[in-house]
Design a protein around this ligand. Structure first.
Ligand code: ATP
Ligand code: MG
Length: 259
């Protein structure tokens, strides 16, 4: 399968205050078309930086990062953030249709597409509601529906469920699996949560503490379509422990020297 995303030898150095911060150190990653890859790593290791580079929001200091274009007219990527990055002054419908509006899709068509995705994330009753009238989980569903409705070449997701409580996360993980099944887009998904990464991903890539490098990768053996029932499989617990063992030292290193 052809590579949809190619990251080659990317280093990112932020000017920082006083001394420069090396956020990423020669990171290389290839993501084949249709793969759901999860990136796990300790706080501050450069996960968000990598996604921002892929989204073209920040330049790399050296190396290259590229997403291969396919259909013309499709956006290259949609980015879903940890915090609810939806417009408070727009309704659910307007938020979900926003990307399509920016691309000049005519109103009836963009509203039909937006309504379809609003339905898929279970918010049909809230189509005309404003974000302040929604719970955190519902707002995050709006962000996810907007990303999918935009129909990008790849989805870049930065801890999209990070701000939610455990039960809501579990429900949304299951929903995400179902949404993704519809067209199996290429996804780069950042999370702190090992179980979330195994449940959702085809592959889990582990990063070191800053400066972020790729430390190890794990292939997730569970077949698709899958749901949260795989969490009860003994192989799930085994893989989870294996990843934790590799992550533990990095997590400790990221906390800095102990007294
Ligand atoms: N705009 C910026 N200017 C200067 N330094 C930055 C900037 N953005 C990030 N950094 C630094 O780069 C490093 C990596 O940050 P990044 O946000 O990519 O980490 P992360 O892995 O996403 O962390 P977290 O898991 O806490 O979200 C951190 O040390 C951070 O302080
Ligand atoms: Mg981050």
């Amino acid at each position: 399968m052809s590579a949809k995303i190619i990251v080659s030898d990317v280093t990112k150095i932020y000017p920082g205050q006083g001394r420069p911060v090396v956020a990423l150190d020669r990171v290389s990653l290839k993501v084949p078309e249709g793969e759901f890859v999860c990136i796990v790593g300790p706080s501050g290791c450069g996960k968000s930086t990598l996604l921002r580079i892929l989204a073209g929001l920040v330049p790399c200091s050296s190396g290259t990062a590229a997403i291969a274009g396919g259909d013309r007219g499709k956006p290259l990527h949609s980015l879903v953030f940890q915090e609810y990055a939806i417009f408070p002054w727009k309704t659910v419908l307007q938020n979900v249709a926003f990307g399509l509006q920016m691309r000049g899709v005519a109103r009836p068509e963009r509203e039909a597409t937006a309504c379809e995705w609003i339905g898929r994330v279970g918010l049909s009753e809230f189509t005309d509601a404003y974000p302040r009238q929604l719970s955190g989980g519902m707002r995050q569903r709006v962000g996810i529906a907007r990303a999918f409705a935009n129909d990008p070449e790849v989805l870049l997701m930065d801890e999209p469920l990070g701000a939610l409580d455990a039960q809501t996360r579990l429900i949304l993980m299951d929903e995400l699996l179902h949404l993704w099944e519809a067209d199996r887009k290429t996804v780069v998904y950042v999370t702190h949560d090992i179980e979330e990464a195994i449940l959702l991903g085809d592959r889990v890539v582990l990063m070191t503490a800053r400066p972020g490098r790729l430390k190890a990768e794990f292939t997730v053996p569970f077949t698709r379509p899958r749901g949260i029932e795989v969490m009860g499989d003994p192989a799930f617990a085994g893989l989870s422990y294996q990843i934790w063992e590799a992550l533990r030292d990095e997590a400790i290193a990221a906390m800095g020297p102990r007294a």
